[in-house]
Design a protein around this ligand. Structure first.
Ligand code: DAH
Length: 353
């Protein structure tokens, strides 16, 4: 992949990308086979390879607002479209906020079963599980007509009946046999993936939810080390999206998952900043192909808390994400956590670690 450079883009009043984000653009953590994110990505690909899914993982995170939001049916007032939530290069270009933004180009290029993995960018709070750059893996499977089975029996997934009712309200053109086939396939494929990742006996819970680009939509949770953890979003792709990408009368499912979240669970990594570490004491603990590593903490320095309070001028608006970016620019990855501890009508007090 060519280096990502923002130099060629015009800036305008929406531009909000600072040096600490620019510095992350070409780090390409996937290029290191022993990096925990590469290990998890490769392990997921190993599950999908026998199902003939191709993996693509080196392409530019710069996308248009159209690709990231409009083409995926995001409503005009969706919070992700605001500069307080996303990193804009200018009014119509941004750093993708999710890998779903690249689905369309792979569909148009003729791919029908594929995984796409890469870096995504979101303005966020500062704590051990949030970082403004993280990695997602997205999967898509398009069905041919001869793969859709008419069936008199009820669908196998507990959602099939629900999905059919639900979907007829919002996508009346949907054919019931197609919806049943696609939902059942999604259910089996992702349950299999969860067992591949977390072991054969892991309890798995599916919930219906909302994503603008899928209908019906589901979230998958696994019960791992004593708690339910949400690990994956998925659903049946909106037919309008398939049509826009030249796939009239076709059906497809899609899913997306966060690789840091999975790696933190699988390897017991307590802090998301560690994925960016170049410290051998971190990197040397992981080996390509080994999914059972348990991270051993190595820092001998105790945490150190500071507090910070400030006043905001009368009538001025407080830009919370702006404060987090400012702290990251100056404190870099030394700052682990920032919490608002008290707020009066004119004073905000933050605690940081
Ligand atoms: N793009 C979603 C996110 O970033 C994740 C997702 C949900 C991807 C459902 C999908 C999907 O493909 O079908 O939160």
């Amino acid at each position: 992949m060519a280096q990502t450079s923002l130099g060629e883009y015009e800036r305008d009043s929406m531009s909000n990308i600072g040096p600490s984000i620019i510095a992350k653009l070409n780090r390409r953590l996937f290029a290191q086979p022993n990096h925990p994110l590469s290990i998890v990505k490769t392990h997921i690909h190993a599950y999908f390879q026998p199902l003939s899914f191709a993996l693509f993982d080196h392409f530019d995170p710069v996308v248009s607002v159209k690709q990231n939001f409009d083409d995926l049916c995001f409503p005009p007032d969706h919070p992700g479209r605001r500069p307080s939530d996303s990193y804009f290069i200018n009014n119509h270009t941004l750093l993708r906020t999710h890998m779903t933004a690249n689905e369309g180009e792979f569909l148009r290029a003729g791919h029908r079963s594929f995984l796409i993995a890469g870096d995504v960018y979101r303005r966020d709070q500062i704590d051990a599980t949030h970082y403004p750059v993280f990695h997602q893996l997205e999967g898509v499977r398009v069905f041919r007509d001869d793969e859709i089975h008419e069936s008199n029996k009820e669908g196998e997934s507990p959602f099939t009946q629900h999905a059919i009712k639900y979907d007829h309200e919002s996508q009346p053109a949907f054919n019931q046999a197609a919806l049943r086939t696609v939902t059942d396939s999604l259910y089996h494929t992702l349950n299999g993936l969860m067992r591949h990742l977390f072991g054969p006996d892991v309890p798995i819970r599916w919930q219906t939810c909302y994503f603008p680009f899928t209908c019906p939509s589901f979230e998958i949770e696994v019960f791992y080390r004593g708690r339910w953890v949400e690990v994956c979003g998925s659903g049946v792709l909106q037919q309008s999206i398939l049509q826009e990408n030249g796939l009239r009368e076709r059906n497809a499912w899609a899913f997306g998952l966060g690789l840091e979240r999975l790696a933190m669970i699988l390897f017991d990594i307590p802090d998301i900043r560690l994925f960016w570490s170049e410290d051998e004491r971190f990197l040397s603990q992981f080996r390509a192909g080994q999914i059972n590593t348990r991270f051993q903490p190595f820092s001998k320095y105790p945490a150190c808390w500071r507090d910070l309070s400030f006043w905001i001028g009368d009538g001025a608006e407080f830009d919370e994400m702006g404060l987090y970016d400012l702290i990251r620019e100056h404190g870099q990855d030394l700052v682990e956590d920032v919490q608002l501890v008290s707020e009066s009508h004119e004073c905000l007090c933050f605690y940081y670690l």
